[in-house]
Design a protein around this ligand. Sequence first.
Ligand code: RIB
Length: 316
Amino acid sequence: MSIDRPRPVLVIGSANVDVAVATATLPRPGETVFGDSSAISVGGKGANQAVAAAASGAETRFIARTGSDAFGDMVRDELARRGLPTAQVLAVTEAGTGLAAIYVEHSGQNCIVVVPGANGLLTPTDIEDAQGSIAAAAILVLQCEIPHQSLYRAIDLAKECGTPVLLNPAPCQGLDLSRVASSVTYLIPNESEAAQLLARPVESLADAHDAALRLHRLGVTCAIVTLGARGCVGAWEGTTQHFAAMPVNAIDTTGAGDAFVGCFAASIAAGLTPSAAIRRAIVYAALSTTRRGAQVSYPERAEFEAALALQPAVDG
Ligand code: RIB
């Protein structure tokens, strides 16, 4: 008798090294300010989401490209330390490992400049070579730090294979949402990405309900607009629902959206409803904001399970 293994979460996306500095206030254009701490750690929206999915309990696979350099080795070493296989995180010689310059001010706000480097060399052919992995996955998780043509190819292949797609449209410049909306099961933008995608402001909670519903009506099965400390709004089956954030003393929100996405994907892969998956993802993301950095701030599974155990039971 064979025992079926659970199907894995498959993340295809970016792996970066993050160079983060903390400062009292973000510099304005032309201004130089002093920072008070700095850190170099592994990041990239794809790698962050893969680590979050694995730490949330899912068997997880990750497909990415790094440079053939010390930062690429750092990425693979850190992923392996987090229990992720690195056989599909390949080094290329034509570009260096992706790099993100991250500025975090004391309020917790951040801004990021990403130089894609080797992430830009994950080609549509590489995606086609991964068709078997896409077909075998419980869910395919994508973001927008790889070339759009590769992203679209992955979405098309997942549709052919019947694998649900979770798209985190970050960064969303140049993304043709109309090209992919009807093939995306879960779309998870933050409020500024939702505003860019819809070309309308998303500021109030009412705006977020409206934005989630508009994205859902574009063809996405389930749209979730994340709102930081205000939680998130989900839209599926024609209606919207607000989910409150878990109150924490947030010191750095870098990568919190990725923590949410990875945990949500793991929870969906485990068979939870969108509402139950959102409630878990809110806890995982909130814990990540209580420490500095992106991936480096993510809780391991034991800490996450302990925090979940303290949450009030909710049906659905
Ligand atoms: O979402 C946070 C991530 O964005 C960072 O880890 C950085 O690498 C950029 O990709």
